[in-house]
Design a protein around this ligand. Structure first.
Ligand SMILES: Nc1ncnc2c1ncn2[C@@H]1O[C@H](COP(=O)(O)OP(=O)(O)OP(=O)(O)O)[C@@H](O)[C@H]1O
Length: 306
């Protein structure tokens, strides 16, 4: 990708759990400094791909590089560049916000001299400076998610990876989490890789998105590019349908009415999602299993957040 620095490059990434091929030949490149959304239906392989990128799953060398470091051979170098907010909650409700972040500062080897200032700066950056000495167990769901963001930020990562950062949050808390992410990214130039099922969030906050389905990428581009692509395909399909109707109807054919009507409603990113992943939501037995799995997990996460 010529002169653009690449934060993450996946080349033919594969990962299987027993007989289940969760990631199936994933090719992906995330440019340094962009907010990149990895989208796709339940079970598409997003979390598995992210866990491979963050060194949490073993993959052969050559499949994933983070800022040029191979995750298989340079695991520690990669970890030093990363901040990761997993889907499952990681804050300890029995510690204060400050203690939670300080714990991460120690784990991520922030020097003793810098630690106090870095912990305070991370808490301020997510708007928790005033609540830093309260137990995390007294925080609202949105505050807990922002605390986890502070935990991931305390090591000043070049790449922040967020797996469904706003799941189970109300619209105001979701906006607050995203505003913090946007501010921090603007201030630091950090790269952000995020998964979300909220298409409105992806549309508003991501520079580019990839639609993942059954383990590989099916669509890639800016939200505007992908919406334009779907609009173009809808028009082409409408033209083909109109031509077929005209051919079948002598009267239409005689009057030459083969032009399709223009699409009155422009596609949304949700339409893009359905376009690329529609067959994943058709309701086969595997998809039903994924949906139940997701409902259970969303409820679990929401109840732990709330
Ligand atoms: N620990 C595991 N053991 C066995 N199979 C797993 C495990 N984790 C994931 N899978 C399977 O791998 C596939 C991809 O799952 P993954 O969690 O990566 O999808 P996802 O896109 O992140 O889904 P969601 O949007 O629901 O979080 C699914 O078929 C899932 O059932």
């Amino acid at each position: 990708m010529n002169s653009v620095e690449e934060a993450v490059v996946c080349t033919g990434l594969e990962y299987a759990f027993g007989g289940t091929l969760a990631v199936d030949g994933l090719d992906l490149s995330v440019a340094a400094g962009e907010v990149f959304g990895l989208l796709g239906p339940n079970g598409a392989g997003k979390t598995t791909a992210i866990r491979a990128m963050t060194t949490l799953l073993p993959v052969p060398s050559g499949m994933v590089r983070v800022f040029g470091h191979d995750v298989a051979r340079q695991k520690m170098a990669v970890r030093r560049l990363l901040g990761y907010v997993p889907q499952a909650l990681s804050a300890d409700s029995g510690l204060t916000g400050r203690e939670n972040v300080a714990l991460f500062a120690r784990v991520f080897d922030v020097s003793r001299r810098e630690r106090t200032a870095r912990v305070a700066a991370a808490l301020d950056a997510v708007g928790l400076g005033g609540a830093a000495d309260r137990l995390a167990g007294t925080y609202s769901g949105g505050m807990v998610r922002r605390l986890e963001l502070a935990q991931a930020l305390v090591s000043a990562p070049r790449l922040l990876v967020l797996d469904e950062p706003t799941i189970g949050l109300d619209p105001i808390a979701r906006t607050s989490v995203w505003e913090r992410i946007s501010e921090i990214r603007a201030a630091t130039g950090m790269t952000v890789l995020v998964t979300t099922h909220y298409m409105d969030e992806a549309d508003q906050y991501c520079d580019r998105v990839a639609l993942m389905h059954r383990g590989s990428i099916r669509g890639l581009g800016t939200p505007e590019q992908l919406k334009a692509e779907v609009a173009g395909e809808r028009l082409a399909a409408a033209a083909a349908a109109a031509a077929a109707t005209a051919a079948a109807s002598a009267s239409a054919s005689a009057s030459g009415e083969t032009e399709p009507e223009s699409d009155p409603v422009p596609p949304t990113l949700e339409d893009v999602f359905r376009h690329f992943a529609g067959d994943g939501m058709a309701g086969g037995p595997d998809d039903q299993t994924e949906r139940f799995r997701d409902v259970r997990r969303t409820r679990r996460t929401a109840s732990r957040v709330g």
